[in-house]
Ligand binder design. Structure first.
Ligand SMILES: Nc1ncnc2c1ncn2[C@@H]1O[C@H](COP(=O)(O)OP(=O)(O)OP(=O)(O)O)[C@@H](O)[C@H]1O
Length: 695
């Protein structure tokens, strides 16, 4: 504290006596009045307090003074700096003044030059204005003269051009008229020719078709005869080879026996020789015997060689015959598929269910020979409203409406599944040859679809499978090996259910099986669907049993589910020929469609309504797809409109063969439904799909 006081009062440089004086002076200047009569201790205390406050004041003052001193120092520094700057400016001033003078001179010279140039410019501008004025006057004069001349020329040229144009137009009109007349007569001529060509073309086509069919039939029977002859030849060859083998064995045995005999005789001969005199005669005879035996042995060897050559020839012949058979099989495939193409890649057959009741509607089937369009015809007649029970068999009566339909084939009530399969078998062969085939049964509930398709004894499914395995057996002789797989599914309410799984009921309508297409390979797979490898025809009955059992269990009294869903049996056929290296993949789809009856949607509600809507949608989508496929102008085929058509995308259309059965009941109460079915089938039958190609 003393140090601070000292510093504030000028530091240690001040003598102590002076310090005290200053301190006294400060304390005397304070306003504290002197107490005259106060005791000395109190006075002392007061003095001490005064001194303290003085000291504090002095310290503040000292701080103020120090700040002032600092400011003064800063001011001094800046003053010094300014003075030095001022000095340097002052030294620059004369030089700058000289520079300014020089610049002023230059400026004055430029100003003078500018004034001179301005004068020249004014002169030039007045000259230019004068020249422009003169030119304008000259141009106006020239323009007036030229305009008159130009107008006259334009008028003359316009007249000339108009006349020429008129003449040309006249000539052109005449020429056009002439040309049009010529073209019209040519067109009439061409139309005539076209009609004649069309007629002859149609004649040729039907002739070719007929000839083709006859040829194919001939070739078929030829082929069968040849095949039988070849088979017989092979059998004979085999028998001959057997005989030859036996004879060869006999010969070998004889040779070895003879060799033993020769050995024995040689030994005897040696003994005999030793006793030569005695046995000379014997020797001679033995020699003769030996030489004859040697000759016999040589003959046998020769015979053996000949037999061996013959046997080799038989083997070669058999091989050649097999190859010929393979060639014939390839030719047969081509012809078979050509025949299918001629018949059309989409065909419709009609089947009429037998009816035990008497009130069936009258229908009539005319034979193929009576038609000119290559179709078989059927006509059904409306029953008069007055008494539906009263049948009108005479359909020529004027009050009875008659409806005619033509299909590729009509099977009447007496037709059996065996007869029907006769036709189908050709399509099964196509599937084996590597084509995709679809066979549908279409019709109202109870019209015989399931009976046709999957009757366990003789329906199309068991018969197809039987035929497939018979053919596979035959084709094996021609180096073909097959891998056969089966899948069985149903589509109910646009949802796929696996008919082959034991958990069918558990999974029903719950598992969402997805349809996946491979656009490059043009193949379709369905996720999580059971695939059954098939190795013989007998397996199919257990497949049908499982599927039927599953479908039956899902049906209830109120809903016959199996009639309200589509069932699809898919047989995949992969084949490989080890001789030719050829491989094929075919697919046979056998589809029993849901009942097509048009239940009025206003009569059903809830689940039944949804069911009906889904059936109608998928059946009409199927019709739309087939019709679009036949319409060459169609860019878009609406496969995606229903699960069924999406599933069959690669089995309908270009790369496939389709057959639709329209099943109808002859019962009068089903007249309207039968009419609807026949109409739908007619639409499908009028479709012509392009040529199928093998997979
Ligand atoms: N051609 C036929 N010969 C003998 N009976 C037949 C024939 N067609 C069908 N039936 C019999 O008629 C009945 C109905 O036939 P089916 O079940 O095949 O009809 P559907 O059209 O399949 O019916 P849904 O749509 O209900 O399945 C069955 O009892 C069947 O045995």
């Amino acid at each position: 504290m003393n140090d601070i006081t000292n510093t504030a009062l000028g530091g240690d440089s001040l003598p102590v006596s002076r310090k005290r004086k200053i301190s006294d002076a400060f304390s005397s200047s304070q306003s504290v009045p002197q107490q005259q009569q106060q005791p000395p201790s109190l006075v002392k205390q007061q003095k001490l307090d005064n001194s303290k406050s003085d000291l504090k004041n002095m310290r503040d003052r000292r701080q103020q003074l120090e700040a002032v001193l600092k400011e003064k120092q800063t001011a001094k520094d800046s003053l010094r700096k300014l003075q030095s700057e001022l000095w340097s400016i002052r030294t620059d001033i004369p030089e700058l003044e000289l520079k300014l003078e020089k610049l002023m001179d230059e400026h004055r010279a430029i100003e003078r030059g500018y004034k001179l140039k301005q004068g020249d410019l004014d002169l030039l501008s007045s000259k230019r204005d004068k020249q422009i004025h003169e030119l304008q006057l000259g141009f106006e004069l020239f323009q007036k003269e030229d305009e008159v001349k130009l107008n006259q020329e334009v008028e003359r040229l316009a007249d000339k051009f108009f006349n020429e144009a008129q003449q040309k137009e006249e000539q052109r009109r005449k020429r056009n008229k002439q040309e049009r007349e010529n073209l019209e007569s040519q067109l009439a001529e061409l139309n005539k020719k076209k009609k004649a060509i069309e007629q002859s073309f149609e004649d040729q086509i039907s002739n070719l078709k007929r000839e083709g069919e006859i040829k194919i039939e001939n070739m078929k029977s030829d082929y069968h005869l040849k095949k039988q002859a070849i088979r017989l030849q092979i059998e004979n060859t085999k028998a001959e080879i057997g005989i030859t083998h036996d004879r060869m064995k006999d010969a070998e045995l004889t040779i070895s026996k003879n060799n033993d005999k020769i050995e024995k005789l040689s030994n005897e001969f040696k003994i005999a020789k030793a006793n030569s005199g005695e046995f000379e005669e014997k020797t001679k005879s033995l020699r003769l015997e030996v030489s004859s035996l040697i000759q016999f042995s040589a003959d046998r060897s020769k015979e053996y060689e000949q037999l061996r050559e013959k046997s080799q020839k038989f083997v070669d012949d058999t091989k050649a015959l097999r190859e010929k058979l393979l060639e014939e099989e390839t030719a047969r495939r081509k012809l078979h598929n050509k025949l299918q193409e001629i018949k059309g890649n989409i065909r419709v057959f009609c089947r009429i269910k037998p009816e035990l009741e008497t009130n069936s509607f009258p229908h009539k089937i005319t034979s193929l020979l009576e038609t000119t369009d290559g179709k078989e015809h059927l006509s059904i007649s409306e029953v008069p409203n007055t008494d539906q029970r009263q049948l009108q068999f005479n359909s020529n009566k004027s009050n009875i409406k008659r409806f005619n339909f033509g299909f590729d084939k009509i099977f009447d009530m007496e037709s059996s599944n065996a007869e029907i399969f006769e036709e189908i078998s050709q399509l099964v062969q196509s599937a084996l040859d590597g084509y995709n085939v679809c066979i549908f049964t279409y019709g109202q509930t109870g019209s015989g679809k399931t009976y046709t398709m999957s009757n366990p004894n003789d329906g199309m499914i068991p018969r197809s499978v039987k035929l497939i395995f018979n053919r596979i057996e035959q084709l094996r002789e021609m180096y073909w090996e097959f891998k056969v797989e089966g899948q069985f599914l149903e589509i109910y309410n646009e949802n796929i259910n696996d008919l082959m799984t034991e958990s069918y009921l558990k999974n029903l309508d719950k598992i969402k099986h997805q349809i996946k297409h491979n656009e490059i390979e043009q193949t379709t797979t369905i996720t999580d669907l059971t695939t059954i490898p098939l190795s013989n025809a007998e397996e199919v009955s257990s497949i049908l049993e499982t599927a039927n059992r599953n479908r039956m269990t899902a049906s209830t009294n109120s809903n016959n589910r199996s009639s309200r869903s589509h069932s699809v049996f898919i047989i995949s056929l992969k084949a490989y020929n080890s001789q030719t290296g050829e491989s094929t993949t075919g697919k046979l789809n056998l589809i029993d469609l849901a009942g097509s009856e048009r239940i009025s949607q206003s009569l059903v509600t809830g689940d039944r309504l949804r069911e009906t809507q889904n059936i109608n949608k998928s059946l009409s989508s199927l019709g739309d797809v087939i019709i679009s496929l036949g319409n060459k102008k169609s860019q878009h085929i609406p496969y995606r409109n229903s699960k069924l058509t999406y599933l069959l995308q690669y089995s309908l259309g270009g790369n496939s063969k389709t057959l639709m059965f329209v099943n109808v009941s002859p019962n009068v109460k089903h007249f309207n439904e039968s009419l609807n079915s026949l109409r739908f089938a007619t639409k499908v039958n009028n479709t012509h799909i392009g040529q199928a190609t093998k997979n």
